[in-house]
Design a protein. Sequence first.
Length: 150
Amino acid sequence: MDAEDMGCYGLQVTKPGLRTVFVSAVAMVDADGRVLMAERPEGKSMAGLWEFPGGKVEAGETPEVTLVRELHEELGIDITESCLAPFTFASHSYEDFHLFMPLYLCRVWKGEPHGKEGQKLKWVYPHKMVDLRMPGADVPLIAMLRDFLG
Ligand SMILES: Nc1nc2c([nH]c(=O)n2[C@H]2C[C@H](O)[C@@H](COP(=O)(O)OP(=O)(O)OP(=O)(O)O)O2)c(=O)[nH]1
């Protein structure tokens, strides 16, 4: 079977030379099956869009280490690497970079998440996520969360 048989019509979606940015993100799931979403603050790219907590993977970090650091810095909570279950990933071309973003699931953490950098937070049922404005990369992840969490 070739690519065309599989519904891939040779469309070039990735611009040559686009740099790939490696970001690690997490769907934190509460006891009701809701997922924690954070609003990107004013002054940042994609301000006002709702995203999964996380951030860029820095040199020398694994994506799990990035999340332990980011959740502490951004939300004031502590997680352990062993509570991060790999779930899916986004691979998406924006105008000026390509995003590669593993998404983990986490159900256990210590502390009460709060927006330490002033960002708004909300707990959202996966079937309600379509009502949120989210970055383009995140849109395909919604259906996967809905299938998995209901
Ligand atoms: N944390 C997170 N970032 C996401 C998601 N979806 C998505 O496209 N991104 C993008 C937005 C940013 O370009 C990048 C994450 O960068 P960051 O949060 O560490 O840093 P930043 O806002 O300062 O990034 P930037 O202004 O330099 O773009 O990934 C998501 O669900 N969660």
